[in-house]
Write a protein that binds this ligand. Structure first.
Ligand code: UN1
Length: 495
């Protein structure tokens, strides 16, 4: 795999991954590719102190100058896209085109954030008092703790870090224990960008390696102003209240159980391609992966056989090899979860196509289609694997109601050429998710829009639009430039 060369080119010294307590395996064939040392409570505390000190300096740097650092990070990513993308593939198993796409997503958010660094707009507000003016200003917030998951091992950091840095905040990143090498590589690229920048304060961006207790330390430390956590709903259910208990801020990107509705006028060819990408791509391991498909009864017998045919021909295999479209599951536990879900689907009377293991090294599976008579049980739970539950519908309102009936609210879509149906789906009484698409699958969002979802998905919004506001402190300011002191609401208080 030329793995060592990649890390060397990315600036990661062999001593960093040659020995340590945390063993890193590649899902490609299960072999060990590195051992890194975990942080402990003392080193994490030091890192938080450094982040705090960095904040005191960084917040005073003009935002466009902060943007210059993010521009340099983007340059490093451009120069090392191939190596970092390959490393993403090696460490988390997504196919190379998606590994490269993930790095492209990082570059895109850097570009976005550079532009943002000359904006960060506030408002001016009309004051009722003569000789006064009011405005709303956005100020840096404080150190941001970033907890990320294995499936987007580097992009999620960049959505947070690029915005946090231009907003004036240092970052402390706890990557998934399954993907520490990509995080250390990104840190090495950051260090190069910071060296070119010249006067970035020490501790502006740091990585902390560890498991749950490392995350808990970020969650509980009042100096971490914002905890941005991506992962399971179970994790978010703990993080949210704990951060709230200290009146900190959290930004949660949790589970999804994303659905598609294939309406009678759907373009079948396009729908099949979109469904395959969203449900089987990334081996079903995106939070935006398509998991439930509601097909109108008039097209069920034309769409579903096409879909099965496409599934049967999906190339499952080594994600580094050109032509592979479905790489491995991350590990044995993920494989067990998939089979547990399929067993439950079978017990519910589901008709299963696919799902079997492919090969005996790594956990490769043929993506599964499960036809269900009713939308219930396992179909209403998120399983992080390529399982697509397919159900019939007759009435669009009922399909929308079924789609919205799960606890998650991340992403959703409809395939239709009927304008009325499309608009109905996008209306206040349509999809209840943070993301709603027409004629594309629920996954693969661009960074320009705000990304995130409702209900048990956590409510957070990252990346584009005005997601930056979560990383700043809003201040309402009133200036009296008159010699008098008129009080608001006509109050008289003459002394
Ligand atoms: C995730 O799976 O955690 O929209 C994020 C998408 C990607 C992001 C997925 N841009 O599928």
């Amino acid at each position: 795999m030329n793995f060592t060369n990649i890390l060397t080119r990315l600036g990661v010294d062999e001593s960093v991954y040659a020995k340590g307590d945390l063993v890193v395996d590649t899902p490609i064939d299960g072999s060990t590719i590195g051992r890194v040392a975990s942080d402990n409570a003392v080193t994490i505390k030091e890192a938080i102190s450094k982040a705090h000190d960095a904040f005191l300096k960084w917040r005073a740097v003009p935002a466009p100058r902060r943007g210059e650092l993010v521009r340099l990070i983007g340059e490093e990513l451009r120069a090392h896209k191939e190596d970092l993308g390959r490393l993403v593939t090696i460490e988390c198993g997504k196919i190379l085109s998606e590994g490269l796409g993930e790095v492209q997503e990082m570059i895109d958010i850097c570009d976005f954030a550079v532009g943002l660094s000359r904006q960060l707009y506030g408002l001016t507000i009309a004051s009722e008092r003569p000789g006064h003016h009011m405005r709303e200003t956005w100020q840096p917030l404080g150190p941001v703790g970033i907890i990320s998951a294995f499936n987007f091992p580097v992009a999620v950091w960049s959505w947070n870090a690029a915005l946090a840095l231009v907003c004036g905040n240092p970052c402390l990143w706890k990557p998934s224990e399954k993907t520490p090498l990509t995080a250390l590589a990104v840190q090495a690229l950051f260090d190069r960008a910071a060296a070119k920048f010249g006067d970035a304060p020490e501790g502006l961006s740091q990585v902390t390696i560890g498991a749950r207790d490392a995350g808990e330390q970020l969650v509980d430390d009042a100096r971490i102003a914002l905890v941005s956590a991506t992962g399971s709903t179970r994790m978010g259910r703990e993080v949210g209240p704990r951060v709230a208990a200290r009146f900190g801020r959290s930004l949660l990107e949790l589970g999804g159980n994303n659905a598609a509705i294939a309406a009678p006028s759907a373009d079948l060819e396009l729908s099949v391609r979109a469904i395959c990408f969203s449900a089987a791509g990334t081996a079903g391991q995106r939070c935006t992966s398509l998991r439930r498909l509601f097909v109108h009864e008039d097209i069920y017998d034309s769409l579903v056989p096409r879909l099965k045919k496409a599934y049967a021909s999906l190339p499952v295999g080594d994600p580094l090899e050109e032509g592979s479209l479905v790489g491995p599951l991350i590990d044995h536990a993920a494989f067990d979860c998939m089979h547990y879900a399929l067993d439950r689907a079978r017990a519910q009377g589901g008709a299963i196509t696919g799902g079997e293991r492919v090969g005996d090294r790594g956990y490769y599976v043929r993506p599964a289609i499960v036809e269900l008579k009713a939308h219930e049980g396992i179909a209403c739970e998120e399983t992080f694997a390529p399982i697509l539950y397919v159900m019939r519908y007759r009435d669009l309102d009922k399909a929308i109601a079924m789609q919205n009936s799960v606890v998650q609210g991340l992403s959703s879509c409809i395939f239709t050429r009927d304008l009325l149906e499309a608009e109905r789906f996008l209306s206040a009484t349509g999809s209840d998710c943070g993301i709603a698409n027409v004629n594309i699958g629920p996954s693969g969002a661009e960074i320009g829009g705000a990304f995130g979802g409702e209900k048990e998905t956590g409510g957070g919004r990252e990346s584009g639009s005005d997601a930056w506001k979560a990383y700043m402190r809003r201040q309402t300011q009133t200036v009296n430039y008159s010699p008098d002191l008129p009080l608001a609401q006509g109050v008289k208080f003459d002394v």
